[in-house]
Write a protein that binds this ligand. Structure first.
Ligand code: DO4
Ligand code: MG
Length: 275
């Protein structure tokens, strides 16, 4: 089942039918215990609507924070080691990849986040910018993985590579995070066989495409959640981007007008244009 946040309220999709939900705020709806069973009950009585008008979609976030984990895939580790070798930072990435404690950082508030079909941004003081296609967890206020969405952890690689202490500037700025188009809720945890793919279009041309299976991730999803929630409480739940396994070649940077499409099987496709 999929939950959409729209200008017309909350819509639930199940087996190609769309249901209008009333009487719930977004925050309280997505934090219902046992979300899959709750949705199954809701759609028994909710009115069916004609379909989903994509132009009404909002990012599936209201009061939640977005956090992110990094260096969870080998490809991410080698890319960061390479970009930061002149700054002597490479060793940090090698060590965090093998350490018990994962890298977890604060990514964005809802105000800095965009949804499906909205514009993402690259920093004006950066010359090397990439999308990071990431499976993104919705962690409810009981610290349980209750749903999944698609995330784009837009990043400035030159700023991050210059000094690892610049990470917050490379990662967190206006419209640096995109999530959506929905929160997908499954009866069972998401399959590790899902493929996370990205395509970047410049005009008619695909200038980069790639992807990875979730099974390539070094860490377990509950392990990331456990570290995030150890000393942080989330009364309205939170989102956790789980790291990228796909990094474009070092001579690639996004430019204004590029369209980034990230797809994850069983969740959908998140499309954003670079402002
Ligand atoms: O350590 C830098 C950021 C890593 C990251 O965002 C990722 O691996 O996805
Ligand atoms: Mg990332």
């Amino acid at each position: 089942m999929k939950i959409y946040n729209t200008t017309k309220g909350i819509i639930v999709e199940n087996e190609a039918k769309f249901y209008q939900i009333s009487d719930f705020s977004w925050d309280s709806f997505i934090n219902q215990p046992d979300l899959f069973s709750f949705l199954s009950e809701q759609i028994k009585t909710a009115p069916i609507v004609a379909g989903l008008d994509e132009s009404t979609l909002l990012a599936p976030i209201v009061s939640q924070e977005i956090w992110a984990s990094g260096v969870t895939y080998l490809r991410s580790k080698t890319a960061r080691m390479e970009e930061s070798k002149d700054a002597g930072g490479g060793d940090f990435y090698d060590r965090v990849y093998d350490a018990d404690r994962p890298e977890i950082f604060f990514k964005a508030t809802a105000a800095r986040t965009v949804g499906h079909l909205e514009n993402i941004r690259i920093r004006k003081d950066s010359k090397w910018n990439v999308p990071e296609p990431e499976l993104t967890l919705f962690v409810n206020n009981q610290n349980q993985i209750a749903g999944y969405t698609i995330g784009n952890d837009v990043s400035s690689r030159d700023i991050e590579g210059e000094n690892p202490l610049y990470l917050p500037q490379a990662k967190s700025y206006d419209k640096s995070a995109a999530i959506g188009p929905c929160i997908a809720v499954f009866k069972e945890p998401i399959s590790k066989e899902v493929f996370i793919s990205v395509e970047i279009l410049r005009g008619e041309k695909t200038v980069f495409s790639g992807g990875t299976k979730l099974s390539q991730m070094k860490r377990e999803l509950p392990e990331l959640v456990e570290f995030l929630t150890r000393e942080c409480s989330f009364p309205q739940g939170c989102f956790l981007m789980t790291g990228t396994g796909t990094v474009p070649p070092d001579d690639f940077t996004m430019i204004s007008g590029d369209i980034v499409k990230i797809s994850i099987e069983s969740i959908g496709t998140l499309i954003n244009t670079v402002e």
